[in-house]
Design a protein around this ligand. Structure first.
Ligand code: 0RA
Length: 673
């Protein structure tokens, strides 16, 4: 691949640019630097990158329809009706601008400085990165009455840009990109419809002028979905809260803009409502990127909310002077909000680069929200009163929670050292190397304790179902001993006071039985982490152990299988033949008691019903030994969806839960939080 000179936006080459960025070869050598990782997550980011480019066209006012297809051969096509990637000769490069955009790192934005750049997190790296990581990529541009085409392999053009036809009379312009991810880079190349659809749905909520559609054309998986929401953020809030009853007649919606330090417009849009529950669900976005870690825009929003509601409460005699002070927390109980802003030059900070740093943004958001919210409250006195009354109840509960927390602290101090008695801690105390296993049941807890490597593995057995935190307030939660043990074992606090630097273990591993109760307990634990220790998940500390489902025995040989497929493969291997097991209808099998199956050839298959059936050595060998085990890392791809999922699974209403489980039984098992 040719080395390509890079250029700064101000037009000056620097020596550093030339030596550091050596074109797409750098992308292929270190793909994770550009797309985060090369797991299925990175695979899906390739599609998001192309779609984000089309969304940029929409933000600039030129694109209405974006269509994604998962093709029969596993490639993906993204079509938009924007202006089309420019095709003229690029002056400095001396070749087609289309080729430059597709083959030069970060060349996408420099043509057009007036749009909002998406340059945070993993997005906005440029379509050239997708090209570099594709076995092949084809682009078709409709622009200036003609249809242009170019094909690439691993990022390199196969031939120059060619005109392959004329546009029809009334045909709209646009860009069509089809690519097949490179299988030398991505081990797993199979796209998940639901994952892509969720991101497209999110983009449709955030950009109400755009329609996004997706179709899966793979055999036996054919399905389509179309997303368009005239109501934008308002509909987004309703969607997230679809199983949480609102206490309001109308949602709050505010929009406005301000000017940043460079004299450019910052656009602010927010929608929110209060539901009858206790958690705070505020999702903030900058240029369509979810800012997991918040930032200055979120601070501005919170400040405006607290100040404006307090002022309204006093002014209208709903809050009595001197009696109780309402804090920011009180105004966020049961709040579901979407804050979406567009910033021309976002600066992203934080551990996952999802925290907005631009300082001037705080006051811009604060002033837009303060003004608009004050007017809204005056126009909707009924809803305003309900919000203030709910906040007063929250303040009373906060006082009770403070007392409960003080009590916990005192109790812990009395215990000496403060760690729960049930915790079998590890001997080293460098969090990076330590693991904490939450184990379902005392008997499995006992095996885990004996089987573990006590130098770096700690065990906390859990009695059974822990409290469902989705349905309780913090002070109730802290009254529960089991949950308190979990908080103290992790050692980093709760909720707003949670400090990730204090986490005592680098890996927190949930080890539950592979049955319905096990998955219920796992969901309860994940709900607890999601609601009260979210950074634990964001920073990748939470894992799920994968105990085997089957033990296969032949003579002295013992093997374990983690799913049916693996079981069948092992049987095949043990029998030494190549015919698939399932296609052997004449085979006799004897089913003995306890689900033990004896196959001809003396293979004994037993199904593990629970962790407790494994002895300490088996548990170590299959599930706990870092050299041989498989553990799944829990991540949040889409926080709004995750929130909605938890409220469906753990909330009050039964019907949506049943519908969710019926529709997603497979996903629940895969733990796609
Ligand atoms: C560079 C400049 C312009 C648009 C684009 C790239 C562009 C890229 C993609 C990727 C997918 N769809 C796209 N649509 C447009 C600005 C175009 C102009 O100034 O005319």
């Amino acid at each position: 691949m040719a080395e390509t000179k890079q250029k700064k936006n101000n037009g000056d080459y620097t020596a550093e640019d030339i030596t550091v960025l050596k074109g797409l070869e750098a992308v292929r050598r270190r793909p994770a630097m550009y797309i985060g990782d090369v797991s299925v997550r990175g695979l899906h980011h390739l599609v998001y990158e192309v779609v984000d480019n089309a969304i940029d066209e929409a933000l600039a006012g030129y694109c209405r329809l974006i269509s994604v297809k998962i093709n029969e051969n596993g490639s993906v096509t993204v079509i938009d009706d924007g202006r089309g990637i420019p095709t003229g000769i690029h002056k400095e490069e001396g070749r087609s601008a289309l080729e430059v955009v597709m083959t030069v790192l970060h060349a996408g934005g420099k043509f057009d400085k007036n749009t909002y750049k998406v340059s945070g997190g993993l997005h906005g790296v440029g379509v050239s990165v997708v090209n570099a990581l594709s076995e092949w990529l084809e682009v078709e541009v409709r622009r200036d009455g003609e249809v242009f085409f170019q094909k690439y392999e691993k990022g390199d053009p196969v031939a120059p840009v060619k005109v392959i036809g004329k546009m029809a009379k009334n045909e709209k312009g646009g860009t069509k990109i089809t690519f097949l991810p490179d299988n030398t880079i991505f081990k797993n190349r199979s796209y998940k419809f639901e994952t892509l659809a969720e991101r497209l749905r999110e983009l449709a909520f955030l950009n109400k002028e755009v329609t996004l559609e997706i179709s899966d054309l793979r055999p036996k998986q054919e399905q389509t979905a179309t997303f368009h929401f005239d109501g934008g953020l308002v509909e987004f809030v309703k969607y997230i809260d679809s199983t949480r009853p609102s206490i309001m007649k109308k949602l709050v919606y505010a929009r406005g803009s301000g000017i940043d330090d460079g004299g450019r417009a910052v656009e602010v849009e927010v929608a929110f409502q209060y539901n009858d529950q206790y958690s705070e669900n505020v999702f903030s976005y900058v240029n369509n990127i979810h800012t997991h870690e918040g930032g200055t825009h979120l601070v501005g929003f919170r400040t405006a909310l607290t100040r404006t509601l307090n002022t309204y409460g006093y002014k209208n005699n709903l809050v009595k002077e001197g009696k109780i002070t309402l804090s920011g927390d009180d105004f966020r109980e049961g709040l579901t909000a979407i804050l979406s802003i567009k910033v021309p030059e976002p600066q992203f900070e934080g551990q996952t680069k999802t925290k907005l740093g631009n300082s001037e943004v705080k006051s811009i958001v604060e002033s837009v929200v303060s003004q608009e919210l004050a007017t809204w409250l005056d126009n909707n006195p009924g809803d305003a009163k309900r919000i203030i009354e709910k906040s007063l109840r929250a303040a009373e509960a906060r006082e009770a929670a403070r007392k409960a927390r003080d009590l916990t602290r005192r109790k812990n101090a009395l215990d000496g050292g403060g760690l729960p008695g049930k915790l079998s801690d590890c001997s080293i105390n460098d969090p990076e190397h330590c693991e904490l296993y939450f184990v379902e049941g005392d008997s499995a807890g006992g095996s885990a304790k004996q089987g573990r490597d006590r130098r770096f593995q700690a065990i906390l057995p859990l009695k059974g179902k822990i409290l469902n935190v989705e349905k309780a307030r913090l002070h109730k939660i802290l009254e529960n001993e089991e949950v308190r043990n979990i908080f103290t074992a992790i050692g980093a606090g709760v909720g707003d006071e949670f400090n990730p630097e204090k986490v005592r273990y680098g890996k927190i591993i949930l080890m539950c039985d592979a049955d319905v109760d096990g998955s219920h307990i796992r969901t309860l634990l994940l709900t607890l982490f999601f609601r009260y220790m979210k950074p634990l998940i964001d920073l990748g500390h939470v894992y799920i152990a994968q105990p085997p489902l089957y033990k296969l025995k032949k003579g002295k040989q013992e093997l374990y299988a983690f799913d049916d497929e693996e079981r069948d493969e092992i049987i095949k291997r043990l029998k030494g033949d190549k015919t698939p097991v399932a296609a052997d209808p004449n085979e006799e099998q004897v089913v003995a008691e306890d689900g033990v199956v004896v196959k001809p050839g003396g293979i004994i298959i037993s199904r593990f019903k629970g962790l407790g059936e494994m002895n300490p050595e088996q548990l170590w060998a299959t599930t706990m030994n870092p050299d041989t085990r498989t553990i799944l890392q829990v991540g949040i791809e889409n926080a709004g969806e995750a929130d909605r999922t938890f409220s469906i699974l753990m909330g009050d209403e039964v019907q949506p839960r049943r519908e969710f489980i019926e529709k997603n039984a497979k996903y629940v098992r895969n733990l796609d939080v």
